[in-house]
Design a protein around this ligand. Structure first.
Ligand code: SF4
Ligand code: FES
Length: 257
């Protein structure tokens, strides 16, 4: 298949950047999107041109490092799929595709399609951990956790920190990411002692990073490759308001759902 790509090229954070057109010929429909870019990059290198910078590590949908906009959709048109797991068979021969980096004040562009997502790391560093003594792994396995609660915690724990939720949100909000990181710990017994302080610290860290505010567009949920539910945002907001003493009664710790 043949494609026309319009790719955002930006040499450095200070460079204003621009879209550059490329014609890519003979792409296999079995290639992943990143493999298609690999082929294009080899051709650019052979011509003595600078290859397109994009980020990746695992290429199997688990590390969260890949991701860019394809025709205005974070990770492209396939639901629940990271761009590294997206295959060319989902596009038509002759398709015209516009590739852009995540657009968010809190994710400054490093180069081409690569952005700096360390703002996410700082949110996690503010409270995305358990510091109370939880014992060793065998002891953890002896603590009974109701199946619906462990399933819910696992749903939240699937967040790979890719940043698609922020990129797709018209407000550039990071509530889906932050609520997933808050919830996967605070749903479990080991996460209960720091539950409300964690919500407070992580929400405040999120606000310091310059993300926008959530107004329930739910675009984040629609593009999330791990299908994280916006219900976690409501849960985080309840815990945050409880921590601030805003008249929301703290739920009993044992029924954390
Ligand atoms: S919530 Fe979804 S879209 Fe957002 S960072 Fe986590 S996995 Fe990516
Ligand atoms: S490269 Fe790891 S999720 Fe895409």
């Amino acid at each position: 298949m043949n494609l026309t790509l319009h790719v955002w090229r930006q040499k450095s954070p200070a460079d204003p950047g621009r879209m550059v057109k490329y014609e890519v010929r003979g792409v296999s429909e079995h290639a992943s999107f990143l493999e298609m870019l690999d082929v294009l990059n080899e051709q650019l290198v052979e011509k003595g041109e600078e290859p397109i910078a994009f980020e990746h590590d695992c290429r199997e949908g688990i590390c969260g490092s890949c991701g860019f906009m394809i025709n205005g959709e974070a990770h492209g048109p396939q639901p629940a799929t990271t761009v590294c797991q997206l295959h060319m068979r989902h596009f038509k021969d002759g398709a015209v595709l516009h590739l852009e980096p995540w657009r968010s004040k809190a994710f400054p562009v490093v180069k081409d399609l690569v952005v700096n997502r360390s703002s996410f790391d700082r949110i996690v560093a503010a409270g995305g951990f358990i510091s109370v003594a939880t014992g060793s792994a065998p002891e953890a396995n002896l603590i009974p956790v109701p199946k619906p609660i462990s399933d819910r915690a696992f749903d939240a724990a699937q967040c790979i920190g890719c940043g698609a939720c922020v990129a797709q949100c018209p407000n550039g909000a990071a509530q889906l990411f932050t609520s997933a990181k808050v919830s996967h710990l605070s749903l479990l017994p080991q996460g209960q002692p720091e539950r409300f302080d964690r919500a407070l610290s992580m929400v405040e860290a999120m606000e310091r990073e310059g993300f926008g505010s959530c107004t329930n567009y739910a675009e984040c949920e629609a593009v999330c490759p791990k299908e994280i539910s916006i219900d976690f945002i409501a849960r985080m907001n309840r815990d945050y308001l409880s921590a601030k003493g805003k008249g929301v009664m703290k739920p009993p710790l044992s029924t954390a759902g």
